[in-house]
Design a protein around this ligand. Structure first.
Ligand code: ADQ
Length: 482
């Protein structure tokens, strides 16, 4: 959140969690950068634009002196904490956002609505609105992120109005937005859509998500949507668009040059001499299709006996949402499948699957991306999927092949440079892996160059600056057509 060139803009970024985790160590509060898609996507913007970042610091702080200490520690990073009680934070984050809303946004059925978590969701959105409305000034640009805060634009708009402050509010959704019929599964859907429609600008990862949202506004609320990218509802004009999120490719290029990373790459290459490496890096989440991936890899080993002992899948499953029962069950299932695969195919020469259920340091991640001949991503649904971008950023020398689920938002843009497949079709996955491993060098190079150009063109900095630029224009001329 450091500033460089653009210190004139008054910008507030809001997300459920701050990008810094706070821990109490020996009586003092210490902060460390957290990981995930949102942090990655906004990190590029830090280089060019100054902003304050509002969000929950990740722990309950009751004592007023402690709160002051946390505020002071975070203010050095331009971060502002919104304090929540543990129970409330848990019900909002795990209860509603992750157990109810997240699955619906990702087309998972069988979600059971519960009013308690919904009330917690509302309450947290209100607390965020209170904090931000207090500090925002007329002219401040407010950029709200993700599904945890869908009610915030409306709550904030009302509070700002009461205080006679005029601010442009933007919202970016990092998940897919499902087709209207699926969205109907959520009984409180109307409130969430109305909440979003107090924004001036709403961003989606793909045209498909944007279009699904526009159609839902029309069918659910009777909003006027005849003009492309424009929604008219209750005397408000709301603009929507696709904004391609990305990474900071330079960060990966620079890391690859570090002596310790070069040494690590060399030692991994020696370890895997004569063996093709497939890498997978995913948060341990149902939407990442890890069960499907392991089953597809099992089918690949079954179908290609001659390649056993010559291929290894290194799968990093980053722990995520460990308080939620469904995520604990998924981990148990994955460990079982991984054990069965190795039980079936391991020999004294080696095991075909390295399943790592833990976070790995960034330098290790980069080394793994770099030595892998193939990156296999099997998302059943995924807003974008930035791991696919990161793999490409580390493949300047090897020209590795990306085998990418057609359900990742990234597949919309990367189809020609990757090998797309349906994650529920194990035969297709098995064939896609074999095809990637056997691709001739000229075709690998062509695909790699296509992806490299895309990743270099669509950086996280460009994404952030484009969105902020459009939001700033909307702030100046809110009634102007999009
Ligand atoms: P995520 O679901 O978190 O993001 P993704 O886009 O793949 O998924 O981003 C994960 C990020 O976490 C990557 O930048 C990766 O490097 C990082 N990461 C993974 N393992 C790590 C580790 N061990 N240590 C540190 N960092 C690690 C959500 C949506 C996506 C969308 C993004 C951005 O679900 O679909 O692409 O937001 O909008």
């Amino acid at each position: 959140m450091r500033s460089t060139s653009d210190s004139k803009r008054n910008l507030i970024i809001v997300s459920n969690r701050l990008p810094l985790s706070i821990k109490r160590v020996d009586g003092t509060f210490q902060s460390s950068l957290s990981s995930g898609g949102l942090v990655t996507s906004l990190s590029g913007l830090c280089k060019s634009t100054q902003f304050q970042w509002f969000g929950w610091p990740g722990l309950e702080v009751k004592d007023s002196q402690d709160r002051a200490d946390v505020e002071k520690s975070l203010s050095e990073h331009h971060a502002v904490p919104i304090f929540l009680d543990s129970d409330l934070a848990h019900e909002h984050y795990n209860g509603f956002s992750n157990r109810i809303l997240w699955p619906i946004l990702h087309y998972q059925s069988g979600v059971i609505f519960d009013d308690g978590p919904w009330q917690a969701y509302r309450r947290v959105n209100e607390l965020f609105a209170d904090s931000i409305a207090d500090v925002a000034e007329t002219g401040t640009l407010i950029w709200v992120h993700d599904y945890h805060l869908m009610l915030l634009p409306e709550l904030l708009r009302n509070r700002l109005h009461e205080k006679d402050k005029h601010c442009a509010i933007g919202f970016s959704l990092h998940t897919p937005f499902p087709v209207g019929d699926f969205w109907r599964n959520l009984p409180v859907r109307k409130y969430l859509i109305e909440g979003l429609l107090s924004s001036d600008l709403i961003g989606f990862h793909t045209d498909e998500y944007k279009q699904n949202f526009i159609e839902t506004c029309a069918s659910l609320l009777g909003a006027r949507t005849e003009i492309p990218n424009q929604i008219q509802y209750r005397n408000r004009l709301v603009c929507t668009d696709k904004f391609i999120v990305g990474i900071d490719p330079q960060k990966f290029t620079d890391t690859l040059q570090k002596p310790e990373v070069k040494a690590r790459i060399k030692s991994l290459e020696e370890r895997y001499t004569g063996v093709k490496v497939i890498v997978g890096v995913d948060r341990l989440d149902h939407i990442k299709g890890l069960t499907q991936k392991l089953k597809g890899f099992d089918a690949f080993l079954e179908d290609n006996p001659d390649l056993r002992n010559k291929v290894v899948l290194i799968q990093v499953a980053v722990p995520s949402r460990e308080d939620v029962k469904e995520y604990q069950e998924l981990e148990t299932e994955l460990s079982t499948i991984a054990g069965k695969i190795n039980g079936k195919y391991a020999t004294p020469e080696g095991t075909p699957l390295l399943y790592m259920h833990r976070s790995v340091p960034f330098t290790e991640l980069v080394a793994l991306y770099s030595i892998a001949d193939v990156c296999l991503l099997a998302s059943t649904r995924d807003g974008m999927n930035l791991v696919s971008f990161e793999y490409v950023a580390c493949q300047a020398e090897r020209h590795g092949v990306l085998v990418l689920s057609e359900f990742a938002g990234a597949a919309t843009f990367m189809r020609d440079g990757s090998i797309p497949f349906h994650p529920a079709n194990t035969t297709e996955m098995s064939e896609s892996i074999a095809k990637a491993l056997n691709l001739d060098p000229a075709e690998r190079k062509r695909k790699y160059e296509y992806l490299r150009d895309f990743v270099n063109k669509n950086t996280s900095a460009k994404w952030g600056e484009t969105f902020i630029g459009r939001l700033s224009q909307r702030g100046k001329r809110p009634d102007r057509p999009c």
